[in-house]
Write a protein that binds this ligand. Sequence first.
Ligand code: CA
Length: 233
Amino acid sequence: MSEQRILLVEDEPHLAAGLKLNLELDGFDVTVAGTAREAAYQLVDPRGFDVILLDLMLPDLDGVAFCRRLRQSGNFTPVLMLTARDQPEDRVAGLEAGADDYLGKPFDLDELRARVGSLLRRQTWANRRTGAERQVTTVGRAQIDFDAYTLTVDGEEAHLTQLEFDLLRYFAANAGRVVSRAELLENVWHLSNHPNTRVVDNFIVRLRRLLEPDPAAPVHLHSVRGAGYKFVP
Ligand code: CA
């Protein structure tokens, strides 16, 4: 098996060099990009990357904007956002832009390893399952394969980030029950006591666009006034 490839987008040279060294000792093939422009250049490499570690504060473009462009360009490589500003708003902005996880600086190297490992495991499980083992759930006109992280709508494959899939999976596991925004933030985003529940609503809008025949009159993802959401497959 070839080495798993990490793209490290970080403009602080000492931090980048230290991380590269440690991750290479763990057996990863690490490419460092000091700017968003350089990262975009590296991403043209057809071998692709297994994980992107993305600094929030880059000299030419902020990480949130970079991540949004990446997703818009159809690249769904797992992104772990590294944020120096330990503000919940920054984390939420990163997750909304399509990042899969975040880690506040300064971070512990073992925690970084654990987060990277978790993102890679989810990818590997998805690739390893054979067709026979897969369970496909049908929701309206959408077919969801939770193992492969694929969602097919009217025969066309739609792309979701891991976080969007995790949200959908949580709804599927709690079908028919009203779940509050706080519960979703805690269990899907791993944000406890987070005051901004709007982030959930933005994700719901996106899921409805994919799942609902008429997103303005939802039949699968119901809003329950003052309580949260209820998923009916
Ligand atoms: Ca930086």
